[in-house]
Design a binder for this molecule. Structure first.
Ligand code: HEM
Length: 324
């Protein structure tokens, strides 16, 4: 009787979440016991020499997972016959450091355990380790993802949020992947690190409307500062500004504290505070870093499971930028 019950429970768990039940925390225990240490060492060295790596990798991970799953499809380079995801307009600003940290880890892992570790697992684990390095919460990353055999720029549209989208559309993108509004707000707390290029918000700070020079949701001194910082953006498209001007290199809840003060950078950041559906969560996370960390880690764990390929689907890529 007990055996039958255990079998039924296992079968039920599998049916409810087949992808998760095929992944495991110790997936590489036998095949690549050095997995965690190699990722840790690579990530640490890279972040120390290039401090923009953590934010770059976190955004890269989001851009891998939301369109058709965490399958390293964003890492593939285009060929003469295929325009890959990374060449979609929205991905052109993904910084090289995120790609580079994965390539470094892959090179080290191929030496230690050839043909064993997927690029998708490397990206997922490296992201978590980098979040932790900047002071963010630890969360479990289940392993065993396989790499996609396709990467098409044409499959990206409608799967990634843009700053000018109405909040309903942003909520819809996340809810179509299984995220609640609270989880979406928690994930957006990722803007506690990193930066945005001026072109992402210039329409909000110059000639905003007939009556306003800049979007009145901005704190006036902040808006003036942004106007100055971005003054030369047409000639210099690399100009960029920290997403969280108060503590840009620390993973904390200050991003949420900034929003009610008009110190959000992107239209979508302001939107989280003005929209009545998202505002309660902004207020909760601003007041209580613990609740932000809890919600963020739970949502990141969920993000890392979106659409994963396991078992015999997909492949273990030899090189992260090329399908085998
Ligand atoms: C809610 C809707 C969101 C919108 C509209 C949005 C949009 C953007 C934009 C336009 C940038 C600037 C990119 C650049 O100029 O290089 C950015 C940066 C960033 N985003 Fe988001 N994002 C959203 C949510 C998220 C989420 C959920 C995450 C992660 C879980 C995330 C992580 C990041 C990170 C870490 C950066 C900084 C990248 C860097 O410094 O290189 N974002 N985001």
């Amino acid at each position: 009787m007990t055996t039958i019950l255990i079998f039924l429970f296992t079968a039920l768990a599998f049916l409810l979440n087949p992808s998760e039940s095929r992944l495991s925390l110790d997936f590489y225990r036998q095949s690549c016991p050095q997995f965690s240490k190699i990722i840790q060492d690579t990530v640490t060295n890279k972040q120390i020499t290039s401090p923009t790596t953590a934010a770059a990798t976190l955004r890269l991970f989001l851009h891998d997972c939301l369109p058709n799953g965490c399958d390293a499809s964003v890492l593939v380079s285009s060929t003469a016959f295929n325009r890959a995801e990374r060449d979609h307009e929205i991905n052109l600003s993904l910084p090289g450091d995120g790609f580079d940290v994965v390539v470094r880890a892959k090179t080290a892992l191929e030496l230690a355990c050839p043909n064993t570790v997927s690029c998708a697992d490397i990206l997922a684990a490296a992201t978590r380790d980098l979040v932790v390095m900047l002071g963010g919460p630890y969360y479990n990353v289940y392993l065993g993802r396989r790499d996609s055999r396709i990467s098409k720029s044409s499959l990206i549209d409608g799967h990634l949020p843009k700053p000018a989208m109405p909040m309903s559309q942003i909520i819809e993108i996340f809810s179509s992947k299984g995220f609640t509004v609270e989880e979406m707000v928690a994930l957006s707390g990722a803007h506690t690190i990193g930066f945005s290029h001026c072109k992402e918000f210039t329409s909000d700070i110059y000639n905003y409307s007939k009556s306003f020079q800049y979007d009145p949701q901005y704190n006036p001194r902040f808006a003036q500062g942004l106007q100055k910082a971005c003054a030369d953006y047409r000639n210099n498209p690399t100009l960029s500004v920290f997403n969280d001007i108060m503590t840009p290199n620390k993973f904390d809840n200050v991003y949420f504290q900034n929003l009610p003060k008009g110190l959000g950078l992107l239209k979508s950041d302001h939107g989280l505070f003005t929209d009545p559906r998202t505002r309660p969560f902004v207020e909760k996370f601003a007041a209580d870093e613990k609740s932000f960390f809890q919600a963020f880690s739970q949502a990141m764990q969920k993000l890392s499971l979106v659409g994963v390929q396991t078992g015999r689907r997909g492949e273990i890529r030899h090189r992260c930028d090329q399908i085998n």
